[in-house]
Design a binder for this molecule. Structure first.
Ligand SMILES: *[C@@H]1O[C@H](CO)[C@@H](O)[C@H](O)[C@H]1NC(C)=O
Ligand SMILES: *[C@@H]1O[C@H](CO)[C@@H](O)[C@H](O)[C@H]1NC(C)=O
Ligand SMILES: *[C@@H]1O[C@H](CO)[C@@H](O)[C@H](O)[C@H]1NC(C)=O
Ligand SMILES: *[C@@H]1O[C@H](CO)[C@@H](O)[C@H](O)[C@H]1NC(C)=O
Ligand SMILES: CC(=O)N[C@H]1CO[C@H](CO)[C@@H](O)[C@@H]1O
Length: 380
């Protein structure tokens, strides 16, 4: 009798003949191109591993995650590791928004606000794999109307990840054929470009961060909800990443206010906010993250008007590392040891007509949502 293992092997052979890789036994799909290799799982349309070359020519896995793919849905912390949160990422202020005079209440799951759409969050769902090749994979999701409180009208979305010569490309599309609804998507990617292998520190503060087109950022309250005000960072000040290409991410680490710079009445250290990308030429690199230790440099290009930076203040040291990362089995994902970088539209823009983003953030019949970014890896 033919065993399941035999059938899986036979299927893998057929698909490799066709050029389409089958998933590994644990369900992970791996795609590759010169200088880059990436693995994904259907849960949350999640990137689990991203290997690029370090300064010694070695492959280094630069994103956070778990070896055990079955642990992602169980993880009580659920940091949205490299997944697609939706249908409206980040916060909806006071768990309320209004379309054409009708007030909608969403779920309060974040101190009075809605975070990542509450129980409607796409990062907790198993997406369908709708296309796969040696260097590309597409995940799709059908999100029924009101499948959580206050998000009316079905939304269909898909994300295509592909790799080409040192570059990870991400394209997201969505449509909302039944009703006008808030849609704001992102790839919630967590980096540590040293793969936790720097003996001097696991903290992210020695990475360099440059956002040449991001002098301005959104002021936020203690709950990380934008207040509506747009502020300009003075050169060298705590929220400045625009004035110089060689600023350390933690350049203000020892300045009063660094602890508390991201709210929670002084408890959130570092960054959890939104920087505008303004007057960037088409296809310009809008953000560079790099590390002298590994020598890896990551350049972001995006069609989005800004980026969320979150420096992992809420990581409590309980999450384990992948076997591809770290230098000791005792290492954990400690506070401020990573950075999530999320290219997206203005958080809570549906509630801020003064920003002029409301129409951009509502998707309705006959319209198409498009989101595109890429990360190109090289050496510093
Ligand atoms: C996956 O596809 C099936 C069949 O079309 C559909 O019933 C299901 O809702 C889809 N899953 C998601 C997450 O969209
Ligand atoms: C959406 O679901 C909630 C329950 O979760 C219900 O109270 C509300 O009436 C529903 N809204 C619509 C428009 O169906
Ligand atoms: C691939 O990338 C490297 C480094 O960025 C570059 O030198 C090379 O020309 C690229 N090759 C192709 C085929 O684009
Ligand atoms: C900032 O503080 C850290 C941790 O206390 C320390 O290691 C570092 O030397 C300080 N840097 C400066 C420039 O004072
Ligand atoms: C934070 C939060 O609301 N998480 C929810 C995301 O969605 C899943 C499945 O719909 C829920 O089980 C989680 O509680």
């Amino acid at each position: 009798m033919r065993s399941t293992a035999f059938l899986i092997a036979a299927l893998a052979e057929v698909s490799s003949v066709l050029g389409a890789p089958a998933p590994a036994a644990d369900g992970r799909y791996t795609i590759s191109a010169p200088g880059i290799k990436a693995s994904f799982i259907p849960y949350g349309a999640t990137l689990t591993n991203l290997w690029v070359k370090d300064k010694n020519g070695k492959d280094i896995d630069v994103v956070l995650g778990y070896d055990d793919v079955d642990y992602y849905p169980k993880d009580p912390g659920h940091p949205v590791y490299n997944a697609i949160p939706g249908r409206y990422a980040n916060r909806i202020g006071k768990a309320t928004y209004t379309i054409d005079g009708v007030v909608y209440k969403t779920q309060d799951n974040d101190g009075g606000n809605t975070l990542h759409s509450g129980t409607n969050n796409w990062s907790f769902r198993f997406w369908n794999v709708t296309a796969v090749s040696a260097d590309s994979i597409t995940f799709s999701i059908h999100d029924p109307s009101n499948s959580s409180l206050g998000m009316i009208g079905a939304v269909d979305s898909s994300v295509t990840y592909s790799v080409t010569n040192n570059t990870w490309n991400i394209k997201i599309t969505a449509s909302s054929p039944e009703a006008k609804t808030p849609v704001l998507l992102t790839q919630h990617t967590y980096f540590n470009l040293d793969a936790y292998k720097n003996p001097a520190t696991d903290l992210i503060w020695d990475h360099n961060l440059h956002l040449p087109y991001s002098k301005r950022y959104l002021e936020a309250d203690q709950g990380a909800l934008p207040t509506g005000k747009i502020l300009t960072a003075a050169p060298g000040s705590i929220n400045d990443f625009a004035s110089k290409p060689d600023l350390l991410f933690g350049h203000s680490r020892n300045v009063t206010g660094f602890k508390g710079n991201c709210g929670a009445d002084g408890v959130c250290e570092g960054y959890n906010g939104y920087w505008l990308i303004e007057n960037a030429p088409k296809d310009a690199v809008v953000l560079t993250l790099s590390s002298a230790f590994s020598g890896v440099k990551a350049d972001l290009r995006t069609d989005q008007p800004g980026v969320v930076l979150y420096s992992c203040s809420w990581m409590d040291g309980s999450a384990i590392l992948k076997s591809t990362q770290g230098i000791s089995p005792a290492q954990r994902v400690v506070k401020s040891s990573c950075v999530a970088i999320e290219a997206q539209d203005y958080p809570d823009g549906i509630n801020r007509p003064e920003w002029g983003r409301v129409e951009e953030q509502l998707l309705g019949p006959g319209e198409k949502y498009n989101w595109e970014s890429s990360w190109t890896f090289g050496l510093v």
